[in-house]
Design a protein around this ligand. Structure first.
Ligand code: C5P
Length: 219
C-alpha cells in the first residue's frame, strides 16, 4: 500500500538524454536510458501528483496518467521546462542534459572526401536547466541528480551549493545507465542517506516519500 503522499501536488520532471545535432544524420548524445526518470514519474503519479514529464529521445512507454512532452535538444528541454516550472510544486531533474552542443549545425550531411581535412567540431555550452529553475522567484522544490565516476558525495554536495537546490540524488550503482536497478545517495543540508540497491521502481517510491516529507516540512 502506497499512501497518496503527493495528492494535490504538481511535479515536473526531465528524463533521458538530449541529442545535439551536428548535421541531419549525426549528433552528440549519451547513454542515459531515461528509466530512472520514467520510474519517478510513475511513482509520483501513483502517489497522487499531477505529473508532467519532459523527455529527451528515449524508447520508453509513457506511465499511465502522466503528461509527456517530447524534446530532442537541451535548448528545447529548457524552453519546455522554464515556462512550466513556476506552476509546479516539485521539479526533479533526472535528464542527462548534454553539457555542450555543436556551435554550428550543417544543413547538409558533412561529406567525407579523399584529401579533405577531418572536420573540427566547435562546441558551445548548453543552458543549465536545473540551475535556471532554482533561480526563479516562484520556484518549485528542486531535486538534482548526480551521475559521477568518482567522489560521488563530494560532487553531489558541490552541486547542491553551485545549483542552489535543496536535494541532490547521487547514483551509487556502478554503470547505472540502462540498468533496471541502482542505489542512491541522498544529499541535503542535513546530511547524507544511502538507499541500498533496489529496482528503479522501488527506489522511486522511496524518493517520492523523501520528497513529500521535505515538502511538508517546508510549508
Ligand atoms: O553537474 P551537472 O551539471 O551534470 O548536474 C547534473 C544535474 O543538473 C542533473 O540533475 C541534471 O538533470 C541537471 N542539469 C540540467 N541542465 C544541464 C545540465 C545538468 O538540468 N544543462
Amino acid at each position: 500500500f502506497q499512501p497518496k503522499v503527493l495528492q494535490g501536488k504538481k511535479l515536473l520532471i526531465t528524463a533521458g538524454p538530449t541529442f545535439e545535432p551536428i548535421d541531419p544524420v549525426r549528433g552528440l548524445t549519451n547513454l542515459s536510458s531515461g528509466k530512472m526518470g520514467f520510474a519517478i514519474a510513475r511513482a509520483a503519479q501513483e502517489a497522487g501528483a499531477e505529473v508532467t514529464l519532459v523527455a529527451g529521445p528515449v524508447h520508453l512507454d509513457t506511465p499511465a496518467g502522466v503528461r509527456r512532452i517530447d524534446v530532442r535538444t537541451a535548448r528545447q528541454m529548457f524552453d519546455a521546462v522554464l515556462p512550466l516550472a513556476p506552476e509546479h510544486d516539485v521539479f526533479v531533474a533526472t535528464a542527462a542534459v548534454a553539457d555542450w552542443r555543436p556551435a554550428d549545425v550543417s544543413d547538409a550531411k558533412i561529406k567525407k572526401a579523399p584529401g579533405r581535412d577531418v572536420p573540427v567540431l566547435e562546441l558551445v555550452e548548453n543552458p543549465d536547466i536545473l540551475a535556471a529553475v532554482a533561480r526563479l522567484a516562484r520556484r518549485p522544490y528542486c531535486v538534482g541528480f548526480a551521475a559521477e565516476s568518482h567522489d560521488l558525495a563530494r560532487h553531489a554536495r558541490e552541486k547542491l551549493q553551485r545549483k542552489n537546490v535543496p536535494l541532490v540524488v547521487g547514483n551509487l550503482g556502478p554503470a547505472t545507465f540502462g540498468r533496471d536497478d541502482n542505489a542512491l545517495l541522498l544529499v541535503d543540508a542535513q546530511g547524507e542517506r544511502e538507499v541500498p540497491c533496489a529496482s528503479k521502481r522501488a527506489l522511486s517510491r522511496v524518493l517520492v516519500q523523501e520528497i513529500a516529507q521535505r515538502l511538508a516540512s517546508r510549508s
